[in-house]
Ligand binder design. Structure first.
Ligand code: BDR
Ligand code: CA
Length: 346
């Protein structure tokens, strides 16, 4: 069942109990001996599908404990179904999928069907997966899991609007104890926005949620448009995926062929960004990326800059650093990694 809207959740204030703490920023994960315990919050979405395939392929490095879904690119029923489709493609019945919030905390819902298609994925045949959703909802799952987790042990990746994580933080700020790091796809500074001149889609779709996340005091790494709009597909890169010769390579290539057209036209780019998969690339190979610690604030005021992420790259405002802001990535290194990893799937 879908999670209730924030407005119906009672009177807890956005910042109630969420005072900024001085937790140290952790660096990226990479070289620990045991696979990194991970929850992926997602709104598939074409690039989400590539991210999930990449994550589910890396069993030696990533211990994906669950996929949690949220309304974003399309409605929750589709994002949840699509996450289950990916689980089936990857043959990972061990990974539960929990559905979460079916709308943003406060703002009117928006979707990105013009980019991802009416049901969130194009270029492949949609089907009803055999395995059902897990019982319970994503917000409760996050709360229960993070409260029970070893201190600072869980990595949370967010690939869509951050409604589920924000709701969990508001309902129980104590969950911060279990979080090692948040790695999020969202935001834009140098690049400008992709949904308004100022704002990136995921943050614009629920700015109040992202505001809660950035004020949580948790270690955050941001993969914004500043880097994803530089790490683009090419026909050769997509063809290499197809040539792997397995189902995952074909699915990724078919989805990307259909999906990149929109961005190439809309933004005049020479290829398409695979935004969400970049977060998983960062987790698997952090040395491919560069960024710096900055202060990030989200504009939640209605107006031209609604949903803008103000990343203080030059520390002009002298506000406390609260996020690592990634600006550079090794594009070929990333697509090589994607090709090697997807070859491990069926
Ligand atoms: C983000 O918006 C969504 O459309 C994509 O899935 C990605 O998460 C890029 O702005
Ligand atoms: Ca997404």
């Amino acid at each position: 069942m879908a999670r209730r809207n924030f407005l119906t959740q009672g009177s807890r204030l956005l910042t109630g109990g969420l005072l900024l703490s001085a937790m140290p920023m952790s660096s990226a994960l990479a070289a620990s001996a045991l696979p990194t315990p991970l929850i992926i919050d997602t709104d598939p979405g074409a690039d989400d599908v590539i991210a999930l395939l990449l994550a589910l392929s890396a069993r030696d490095q990533l211990d994906v404990r669950a996929l949690t879904t949220v309304a974003g690119n399309v409605q929750l029923r589709y994002t949840s179904r699509n996450a289950r489709m990916v689980r089936e493609w990857a043959n990972r019945p061990d990974v539960p999928v929990y559905a979460g919030c079916d709308r943003p905390m406060l703002r009117t819902p928006i979707y990105a069907a013009e980019v991802h298609g009416a049901e969130g994925v194009t270029g492949v045949k949609i089907f009803e997966p055999k395995q059902a959703l897990a019982k319970g909802d994503a917000v409760q799952y996050l709360i229960d899991t993070l409260l029970a987790a070893k201190p600072q042990s869980m990595t949370i990746v967010t690939l869509g609007p951050q409604t589920n994580l924000a709701m969990a933080l508001i309902e129980n700020p104590g969950i911060r104890q279990g979080v090692k790091e948040i790695v999020m796809m969202g935001g834009a500074h140098f690049n400008g926005g992709n949904i308004t001149p100022a704002a990136e889609f995921n943050v614009f779709a629920d700015p109040h949620a992202s505001d809660v996340v950035f004020k949580s005091g948790l270690p955050i790494t941001v993969i914004p448009l500043d880097v994803t709009h530089k790490m683009l597909t090419s026909p050769e890169r997509i063809e290499r995926l197809r040539k792997i010769g397995n189902q995952a390579g074909k699915i990724a290539a078919d989805i990307l062929d259909a999906y990149v057209e929109h961005d190439i036209k809309q933004y005049g780019l020479p290829g398409g960004p695979v935004h969400d998969a970049t977060t998983i690339g960062y987790l698997l190979r952090p040395e491919l990326f560069k960024g710096r610690m900055v202060n990030v604030e989200v504009d939640t005021r209605e107006g031209l800059t609604f949903g803008q992420t103000m990343a203080d790259y030059y520390h002009a405002a002298k506000r406390p650093e609260n996020a690592r802001w990634i600006t550079e990535g090794d594009t070929q290194g990333f697509f090589d990694l994607l090709t090697v990893q997807l070859a491990k799937l069926p």
